[in-house]
Design a protein around this ligand. Structure first.
Ligand code: CLF
Ligand code: SF4
Length: 502
């Protein structure tokens, strides 16, 4: 079947139109950005925390080869329950990839970004990667094109990247010091030779930094991903953050190492631990002084499809796509409608937030409330920025911190849905026990509903279940609960240290 091309009218609606973002989106994370940058990120679920509640991404796995080896990667391992970078179920040709993107665009109208992120390195497979981008930039100009690379082949690819309307490039930079690099990269493949250890790491670092500066010069947004490896680069990543910011990176995403023996990776087999939630947050906070930090990354598979917290890849395998009968014209009309609806919702939300900020500013002048301690709350959501997931169906919880200065998103914690987990999750631990462990440190869990059974164990673990804010906007609900806690005297004030002049 001849694939369609999205027309200009659809493009405008798909980009959210003037109503939503050119007139002043107040996504807190983005409000300080110039308008032309906000236009690039407002519907990119990775580059905007707000956008990830509304918009979806997909990856096409067209790039099987890699030109380096990382100690945390083993692309041979595949499992449909597995979710980590480098893992895919089927490698596609560029033609298959284009077909898949058009089918997903027709079925998931929220999908706004196509990324190529593996399973190897996209720029180590330039023909396949650029053939896919070339075709899609013509057929689906309303879809943002995104690429994620280790950076080794980046400088020689920048010219080609800038030709294809690719506004978003992620470089995984785990170090700027070759001695640290030698502990992460056993080898790189460079100019037809395998180069080992420190020497290879030094070349990789130089290429990454050069590529980053070249992209920044051309106005292409660069996100830097770093894998936090305790004892290897954890103390080094604040320096990485500072360096990449100075070279023009837009966003820094510090992700936890995933290393299990069954993955067959060097780190997995060596028992290298990943960071705890607290260690990760502490490092992200330490980096955030200098840098916009991404905290909502889900460490997607290289063939992921859907909202960031979900993976609908199994609905879009090539054999299923071949059997689909798609009315592309109707689907594209639906796509435009959905995007316009999201734009309206965001505009209403922006206006409500602006009004509330004004009210708080006025009240703040009149009241002199004592300082209150921060509280972590877990939220069950299916997207849309509202509390709309049953406790027992949640496979992940978003974590927010409420404090006297407002609400901030901290990250997410994955679990096994309580209602589907059976007695155990395979490792002897019950689904509820796993959730309780993952929610450690949280004092409230907000969900659309919570059953009688988990209520007691949650309370016993010091986590108050709360189903009273179903379908409310997440941040409003978190603030409301925080206020209830304050009124109930549950937020004992921290001692205020008076600074005296020397
Ligand atoms: Fe994919 Fe990466 Fe583009 Fe996003 S993912 S290529 S920037 S469209 Fe996003 Fe997935 Fe994290 Fe990557 S959540 S792993 S940061
Ligand atoms: Fe694996 Fe990516 Fe590292 Fe290559 S760059 S070894 S694909 S994680």
């Amino acid at each position: 079947m001849e694939l369609p091309v999205l027309n200009a009218g659809q493009q405008e609606a798909s980009q959210g139109g003037c109503a939503s973002h050119s007139c002043g989106s107040t996504d807190d994370q983005l409000s300080h950005l110039p308008e032309h940058i906000r236009a690039k990120v407002h519907n990119h679920p990775c580059y905007s925390e707000q956008a990830h509640h509304y918009f979806a991404r997909m990856h096409v796995a067209v790039a099987p080869a890699c030109n380096i080896q990382c100690h945390y990667c083993n692309r041979k391992y595949d499992c449909s329950n597995e979710s980590r970078p480098g893992v895919v179920s089927e490698v596609l040709t560029p033609e298959q990839a284009v077909k898949k993107v058009m089918a997903v665009a027709a079925n998931i109208p929220q999908m706004t970004v196509l990324g190529i992120a593996g399973p190897g390195d996209p720029l180590a497979n330039p023909e396949r990667t650029f053939a896919t981008f070339r075709e899609l930039s013509e057929r689906a100009p309303d879809i943002k094109l995104c690429v994620s690379t280790n950076g080794l082949a980046l400088p020689e690819s920048v010219e080609e990247l800038s030709k294809h309307n690719i506004d978003h490039v992620t470089i995984t930079i785990n170090c700027v010091d070759p001695d640290v690099g030698a502990k992460i990269y056993p080898w790189i493949f460079w100019k037809n030779k395998r180069i080992m250890g420190r020497e290879g790491a030094a070349i990789l670092i130089e290429q990454q930094q050069k590529g980053l500066a070249m992209l920044a010069e051309r106005g292409i947004l660069v996100k830097v991903n770093s894998v936090m490896i305790p004892g290897v680069n954890d103390e080094h990543l604040a320096e990485v953050s500072r360096v990449v910011k100075s070279k023009g990176a837009f966003l820094h995403n510090v992700m936890p190492l995933i290393a299990e023996p069954e993955h067959g990776t060097f780190y997995g087999l060596m028992g290298q631990p990943g960071p705890t939630h607290e260690e990760l947050q502490k490092l992200q906070d330490a980096c955030s002084g200098d840098m916009n930090m991404m905290r909502h990354c889900r460490q997607c598979r290289a063939d992921a499809v859907g909202m960031l917290g979900e993976d609908r890849g199994q609905e879009f395998t090539m054999d299923k796509i071949e059997d689909m009968e798609i009315d592309y014209e109707a689907a594209m009309v639906k796509r435009a409608e959905v995007h316009a609806q999201i734009a309206r919702e965001l505009e209403i939300k922006d206006q409500a937030r602006a009004a509330k900020t004004e009210l708080v500013a006025i009240q703040g002048l009149k009241t002199d409330q004592p300082a209150t301690r921060p509280v972590l709350m877990a939220v069950a959501t299916k997207g849309g920025g509202v509390i709309n997931e049953h406790f027992g169906h949640a496979s992940e919880f978003l974590i927010y911190e409420a404090s006297g200065s407002g609400v901030r998103f901290i990250g997410h914690r994955k679990t096994v849905p309580y209602c589907e987990g059976g007695d155990t999750c395979g490792d002897g631990e019950s689904a509820l026990d796993k959730t309780l462990r993952e929610l450690a440190g949280c004092e409230v869990v907000l969900c659309s509903k919570v059953g009688y059974e988990p209520w007691g164990p949650l309370e016993a673990a010091g986590i108050q279940p709360n189903g009273e804010h179903a379908m409310e906007a997440i941040e409003d609900a978190v603030l409301a609960v925080y206020e209830e806690m304050r009124v109930a005297g549950k937020l004992e004030a921290r001692p205020v240290v008076q600074q005296k002049a020397a």
